[in-house]
Ligand binder design. Structure first.
Ligand code: HEC
Length: 129
């Protein structure tokens, strides 16, 4: 009788330990890289969100559409990130005449769009692929 109780106890213990080590073994190797990856994504996501606000505040949509919403004076920026590299986007915003002498897009100096806002705006446009 005593032996049976002991056996049942031992079985239960093995089972619990087994489940514990199994779940620990699974959780450990994935934890770190996943956390790192998520951090980068969260930062980029934040920059894109802020950039969308800059885009709206600076009224780029007077001349540009993204999808169907916005002006038609400039090209549609829906997929601008596919072909335009970040540095070129930044230059286009700062001084479009450096890219196209006949450009009619107004230049945005640091007084209109500061360095941080420019980074955010470029992150937003680059994400439009
Ligand atoms: C007064 C109208 C106007 C405003 C406002 C304007 N743009 Fe433009 N943009 C243009 C025109 C027109 C072009 C096409 C080429 C040219 O004339 O420079 C252009 C071109 C571009 C391009 C190159 C895209 C391509 O496919 O050739 C980008 C990127 C861009 N604009 C971003 C912006 C951003 C960001 C803002 C807001 C900060 C903005 N523009 C505000 C008129 C405007």
């Amino acid at each position: 009788m005593k032996f049976k109780v002991f056996l049942a106890f031992a079985c239960a213990l093995t089972l619990v330990l087994g489940i514990c080590s199994l779940s620990l073994g699974k959780a450990k190797p994935h934890w770190k890289p996943k956390a790192k990856h998520e951090k980068v994504n969260a930062n980029t996501k934040k920059m894109i969100e802020l950039g969308e606000k800059v885009y709206a505040e600076k009224k780029c949509d007077m001349c540009h559409a993204i999808g169907k919403k916005g002006g038609k004076i400039g090209p549609n920026l829906m997929h601008v990130g596919k072909t335009w590299k970040p540095a070129r986007l930044a230059l286009m915003i700062r001084d479009s005449k450096k890219i196209n002498k006949k450009s009619i897009m107004p230049p945005y100096g640091p007084k209109q769009i500061n360095a941080q806002q420019l980074k955010e705006l470029v992150a937003y446009l680059s994400s439009r692929k």
